[in-house]
Design a protein around this ligand. Structure first.
Ligand code: TYD
Length: 205
C-alpha cells in the first residue's frame, strides 16, 4: 500500500506548491509518486461551481459535508482505478483534515461524525504524514489578494479563516505523530528541507 502524504492549510498557505514539489522530489529520488487534489471529480466540479462561488455560510454545513465526502468517495475510486495504491507515495493537496477544519471546527458540525465519515470515504488511503502549512489570517488574506483565480471563500471572511486555522491547529495537537506544523512564512528552502527530512522516514529501503 502506498504511503499517503497530505498537505493541508488555509488558502494561500502554499499547499499546492509544496504538494507538487514533494511529488517531484520523491519522483527524482526514484520513488513512484502519485499526485492528486481535492475537491475532486464531478462532485468536486459541482462544489467549485455551486458552493465555493458563494459564502461558506450559503449552503448548510451538513449539505457541504455530504458533498465533500461524496467527492472523496469519487476520488478514492479514481485513485484505485489508476492503481495509485501500488505507487510508493500518494501526495494529496487537501484531504480528510480539510473537512474536519472547515465543516467541523469552523462550521460547527460534530467532529466525531466527520471523523467516521472521513474514515469511510478515504478507505485505505488514510494519511501517514500530514504537513500543515500554518498561516495567520492577515498574511493569508494578503497572499490571496495578490493571486488570481481564487474562489469566493478566499476573500473577505476573516472570522471564518481564523476558525479554520484554529481547527487545523487543533487537529495537529490531537495527532502529533501524524501532523507536522510548518510556519508557511518560512522561506521555501527551509520548508522544503523540513518536508524532505520528514519524508525520509517514510522511504522504504
Ligand atoms: P480550491 O479552489 O481547491 O483552493 P485551495 O487552493 O485553497 O485548495 O478550494 C477548495 C476549497 O474547498 C477551500 O476553500 C477549502 C474547501 N474545502 C472544504 O471546505 N472541505 C473539504 O473537505 C475540502 C477538501 C475543501
Amino acid at each position: 500500500m502506498a504511503r499517503v502524504v497530505t498537505f493541508e492549510g488555509v488558502e494561500g498557505a502554499g499547499k499546492t506548491t509544496y504538494a507538487h514539489w514533494a511529488a517531484y522530489e520523491l519522483f527524482s529520488q526514484g520513488h513512484e509518486a502519485f499526485l492528486s487534489q481535492e475537491p475532486f471529480g464531478a462532485v468536486g466540479g459541482f462544489i467549485r461551481t455551486h458552493l465555493l462561488a458563494g459564502s461558506p455560510h450559503c449552503i448548510p454545513p451538513l449539505s457541504q459535508l455530504f458533498l465533500f465526502e461524496a467527492s472523496r468517495v469519487e476520488h478514492v475510486r479514481f485513485l484505485r482505478s489508476r492503481r495509485a495504491d501500488e505507487a510508493d507515495f500518494v501526495v494529496l493537496d487537501r484531504f480528510v483534515d480539510s473537512t474536519l477544519a472547515y465543516q467541523g471546527y469552523a462550521l460547527g458540525l460534530d467532529i466525531g461524525l466527520i471523523e467516521s465519515l472521513n474514515r469511510m470515504s478515504s478507505a485505505e488511503f488514510w494519511p501517514c504524514k500530514t504537513f500543515l502549512l500554518d498561516l495567520d489570517p492577515k498574511s493569508a488574506a494578503e497572499r490571496v489578494r495578490l493571486r488570481s483565480g481564487g474562489n469566493a471563500w478566499d476573500t473577505g471572511q476573516d472570522a471564518f479563516f481564523k476558525a479554520v486555522r484554529e481547527g487545523f491547529l487543533r487537529i495537529a495537537e490531537n495527532n502529533p505523530e501524524r501532523v507536522t506544523v510548518i510556519n508557511a512564512l518560512e522561506s521555501q528552502e527551509v520548508i522544503r528541507e523540513r518536508v524532505r527530512r520528514e519524508l525520509q522516514s517514510y522511504v522504504r529501503p
